[in-house]
Write a protein that binds this ligand. Structure first.
Ligand SMILES: Cc1ncc(COP(=O)(O)O)c(C=O)c1O
Length: 388
């Protein structure tokens, strides 16, 4: 009998330990883990560099309040600012907190310039920005909001890809457009670069802010540090989480100077956000991701993986409908419900996870080896053969 609430549909399996791309279960099996905590363990399990960083910090200082200067956090923020569009960072502990802080920052900016009624956020219908009250209503999904009323107001929605609807939904009350650069839970749907450019143009024209949620697709997962980089646009606010902590709970919101100017002392806070332990892990993750050649390798592995999956799609057109994704954020859209397929992959010791639209989500660590991709391809092919 579990004393845990039943809010998760857990698979009946647990693990003793993990190493790199593999998980070792309590029943003696070795699984190729292409979930990695849902795009969290960007450097795989038990990464020696991260272990060393957390061990060293844990002997010095775990936690102090944000009432004090935290040098590890100053360093991580400065590195993020140097690497990206941002001028300023607020640290949090999770993705939902980061997206919620992004919403707060957008509203606060307009308040600070004397436009407090400009406070509505325009989002994609059935997107995913987290599970807090505000972020479920931002997501505009009936499934996520049912039973959690009263509705948190302040969000409007448009259908993914419907540009006319998007333009029509902007009112004088709109403060920002918030989208995931790659819709993760929504089925690995990539917003094309031309579309990102269009979004930036609309935001400039309407004098509203652009929030790109990179909680799942950021920190190298796309093959670039941020998934929007190829489009050459600059967003105003970017919430991040998952990969930046490499398995340690860490989130952040990155902002340009204009937005950050509204977040004055006392406007936001978090007891744990940005504590020395989390910051030391975040810095260690960046040491690895920003190493020369690291992201080039992610792109190379992605190209190989996607081309092998497309070969399978051509071989099994009745099973695989579409190969989606960018970098190592990959979706295999099936013609039929994916539940049985994912179960069979697991029976063959490959772990993957679902996304909307019959998609099997494939999320290897960013330092996955080519042989491990080959192992996965072999297993996926084996399962396709049973479904023909
Ligand atoms: C795009 C996006 N935003 C926000 C979140 C929420 O993150 P968390 O579960 O850490 O609160 C997620 C989680 O999957 C996500 O994919």
């Amino acid at each position: 009998m579990s004393a845990l609430a039943k809010n998760y549909n857990r698979r009946k399996i647990s693990f003793k330990y993990g190493k790199g791309s593999f998980l070792y279960s309590t029943n003696g099996k070795k699984y190729l883990d292409f979930i990695q905590g849902i795009a969290v363990n960007c450097l795989g399990h038990s990464n020696p560099y991260l272990i060393k960083a957390i061990n060293e910090q844990s002997k010095k200082l775990w936690h102090v309040s944000n009432a004090f200067v935290i040098p590890e956090g100053e360093r991580l923020a400065l590195r993020l600012v140097k690497k990206t569009f941002a001028d300023s960072v607020i640290f949090q502990n999770s993705g939902a907190e980061a997206t919620e802080t992004a919403i707060k920052a957008a509203r606060r900016y307009f308040y600070s310039i004397g436009k407090p009624k400009k406070n509505r956020i325009l989002c994609v219908k059935n997107s995913f920005h987290g599970r807090t009250l505000a972020t479920i209503f931002a997501s505009g999904s009936k499934k996520m909001t049912e039973g959690f009323g009263p509705k948190v107001d302040g969000f409007d929605h448009f259908e993914f890809g419907n540009h006319q609807a998007l333009k029509k939904s902007i009112t004088t009350r709109t403060a920002a457009i918030m989208v995931e650069t790659v819709m993760g839970e929504g089925g690995i749907k990539v917003i094309p670069d031309w579309c990102l450019k269009g979004l930036r143009k609309i935001c400039n024209k309407e004098k509203i802010l652009l929030i790109l949620d990179e909680v799942q697709c950021g920190i190298g997962r796309s093959g670039n540090f941020f998934a929007f980089e190829n489009s050459k646009i600059k967003p105003d606010i970017v919430p991040i989480a998952k990969g930046i902590g490499g398995g340690f709970p860490l989130g952040a919101v990155l902002m340009n100077q204009k937005v950050a100017s509204g977040m004055t002392a006392g406007t936001h806070g978090s007891t744990f956000g940005g504590n020395p332990l989390a910051m030391s892990v975040g810095n260690a993750v960046l040491d690895q991701i920003l190493k020369k050649g690291f992201l080039v390798n992610v792109k190379k592995l992605s190209k190989y993986f996607l081309s092998e999956l497309n070969k399978l799609k051509r071989e099994f057109p009745k099973v695989i409908k579409e190969v989606r994704g960018v970098g190592l954020l990959i979706g295999l859209q099936l013609h039929n419900d994916q539940t049985e397929f994912i179960q069979q992959l697991m029976n063959n010791e490959l772990l993957t996870i679902r996304a909307s639209e019959n998609v099997v989500r494939i999320l290897p660590p960013l330092n996955v080896k080519k042989q491990e991709i080959d192992m996965a391809i072999k297993i996926i092919k084996k399962v396709c053969l049973t479904q023909k």
